[in-house]
Design a protein around this ligand. Sequence first.
Ligand code: ADP
Length: 190
Amino acid sequence: MLIVGPPGSGKGTQSERITERLNIVAISTGDIFRANVKGQTPLGLEAKKYMDAGDYVPDSVTNKMVRDRLQQDDVANGFLLDGYPRTLAQVEELASILAADGATLDVVLQLIADDEELVQRLLGRAKELGRSDDDEKVIRHRLELYHTETEAVVAKYAEQGIVVKVDGLGAVDEVTERIMTAIDSLAGSS
Ligand code: ADP
């Protein structure tokens, strides 16, 4: 499955909870990039320029990283991708990776949240965690990119009837319950 949502919508937190309940692995492209930046790997050095500006890392770099990750054994039981695909070119790449294994996506979960609320949340997180891409200008740029690029991705999956939208505002537990109910209802309807 995929989890999609604007920056600050709680994708990371909810991914952890969903993957625990469903016993599948979480794969976050943002986390993999940040680990590479921290480790100063060639991939990290390349990605950092884009991340600091709130821009997407080029598809060629991101696609290769995801292809490699999805070839590891631990994804056999299923996986939740957080932060990928974000562009239509990435949608195609994922479709080709999955097709090679005869696998299909079951669910695309979209978290919905109001932009202004998100900006406030992210500015709060910037104070706590000091992520270098959490300053207001960069945050607004990431939100804008989400609306232009990633919503086209969701529209594509909506054509396949696998998108469920969940309100991402409210207590963390409440959102988790909403998500689990939404996933169950999609599973029940197919
Ligand atoms: P957020 O959704 O809060 O912006 P992420 O942790 O998912 O945060 O991503 C952080 C940064 O990592 C993005 O701004 C982008 O630079 C890069 N990144 C993550 N996933 C992708 C992707 N699928 N394609 C291109 N760049 C990505």
